[in-house]
Design a protein around this ligand. Sequence first.
Ligand SMILES: NC(=O)c1ccc[n+]([C@@H]2O[C@H](COP(=O)([O-])OP(=O)(O)OC[C@H]3O[C@@H](n4cnc5c(N)ncnc54)[C@H](OP(=O)(O)O)[C@@H]3O)[C@@H](O)[C@H]2O)c1
Length: 246
Amino acid sequence: MRVAVAGGTGWLGKLVVTAATDAGHEVVVISRARGVDLTTGTGLDEALRGVDVVIDVSNIETVSGAKAAAFFETVTRNLQAAEVRAGVKHHVLVSIIGIDRVEWGYYQAKLNQEKVALAGPVPTTVLRAAQFHEFALQSLTRFGGPVALVPAMLSQPVAAREVAVELVRLAEGEPRGQAPELAGPEPLQMADLVRKVARQHGPRKWVLSFPLPGKAGKAMKSGGALPAGPGLRGTQTFDEWLANLR
Ligand SMILES: NC(=O)c1ccc[n+]([C@@H]2O[C@H](COP(=O)([O-])OP(=O)(O)OC[C@H]3O[C@@H](n4cnc5c(N)ncnc54)[C@H](OP(=O)(O)O)[C@@H]3O)[C@@H](O)[C@H]2O)c1
């Protein structure tokens, strides 16, 4: 198959490119660095020529719910419109466990993205994943300075590599709407994970855990981001992932 990976240069995207290549697919990487802009549509028609499936793992890093909402909705509408023109048969989207239970701006933006994608013109599969193990490293390195602020949050993190492999497996199958959620093997406190990364890998920083305000904070603290049902479970533990981190 010819598979386009939207956001194929990101944390998850690079692993999706590897998983799709390892599975024997021809891969097209979509990102601004590769000359394609998903918000304006520049270069999109050329990139999707001959593509069978699109896996969308693009992202915007922002604390603004409104910016996230505008990005994810525009990207999905632009992608699916171009997919129709190119004859793409299947749209696969990565999403996040708990976005329907935690009323946080970025999560609401992802929930709206799911709705737009599932109601759109291209048959769609959505995979909700837990926070990646990599999220702890992202939280540590996102901002400079000696302190990392981490929201108090119970999570069941999963290796991004396992999410990538599952996205490719889903892309190879028929569109199925919401797929079973994919979480990791054990529920853990996010701040503890960030502290472990700081200690065992670096950069060394003070890690301060703070409750997100309001209902979202309560929901995060009390397990709103944990998987709600049986679903799929990755096998690599956080400690195994950290031991292999270079
Ligand atoms: N991090 C987690 O724990 C977690 C958990 C579950 C689900 N997710 C979801 O996984 C997805 C990927 O997250 P990530 O942390 O891997 O993302 P990331 O590292 O921030 O990568 C974002 C990707 O999107 C591309 N991109 C951004 N704006 C673009 C634009 N206008 N046009 C074309 N490409 C654009 C970037 O490339 P350029 O900069 O070159 O454009 C990059 O390849 C997100 O949808 C996120 O919600 C994340």
